[in-house]
Design a protein around this ligand. Structure first.
Ligand code: THU
Length: 167
């Protein structure tokens, strides 16, 4: 038997002022996007902003539905919109944030597992690392420089390619 240990790395910042211009702009766009979330059921308004390699920013917010599973997370709204409109543009960064209903969110908002899997696809599709910037309404900001940190032991298209006729 062998025991393996993985190392995950993150950058942590105390304030948005410490971020570089690109990351700060993207996070501010995500904060704007969160205000337009449609979240009448959870009252948890999530905003996401994706930066394309050409510098364009595409935003998304969570879109809920009376049939709960139909709703979609902010991250996937942004990613899918970016990929639908600009299929040849790699997505180089994604900022995620949220607005709570009871108290202010003071810790970084972690993307759900399904969104992480969608981010993996965006990364492997263009073979380009995806930077993920996370913050609540206030408090620390954490940045993951590639998806390996958010979802190790990934199931991605290279795996399918190796064993099937797909991808
Ligand atoms: N949500 C997101 O938009 N992104 C995430 O990564 C976590 C959860 C949304 C889904 C739902 O509309 C609400 O937040 C509560 O789960």
């Amino acid at each position: 038997m062998k025991k393996h240990k993985l190392t995950l790395s993150f950058l942590e910042f105390n304030s948005i002022d410490e971020l570089n211009d690109d990351d700060r702009t993207l996070l501010l766009k995500a904060k704007e996007a969160a205000k337009n979330a449609y979240a009448p059921y959870s009252k948890f308004k999530v905003g996401a902003a994706a930066r394309l390699a050409n510098g364009m920013i595409i935003i998304g917010s969570n879109q809920e539905n009376a049939v709960f599973p139909v709703g979609l997370c902010a991250e996937r709204v942004a990613l899918f919109s970016a990929q639908a409109n600009y299929p040849d543009q790699p997505i180089v960064a994604l900022a995620v944030t949220a607005i709570g209903s009871d108290s202010k969110i003071s810790q970084p908002v972690p993307p759900c597992g399904s969104c992480r899997q969608a981010m993996i696809e965006a990364e492997s599709r263009h073979n380009q690392p995806l930077r993920v910037i996370m913050q609540g309404e206030e408090g620390p900001i954490i940045i993951s420089e590639r998806m390996e940190n958010l979802m190790p032991l990934t199931f991605a298209k290279d795996f399918l390619k190796r064993y099937t006729e797909f991808a």
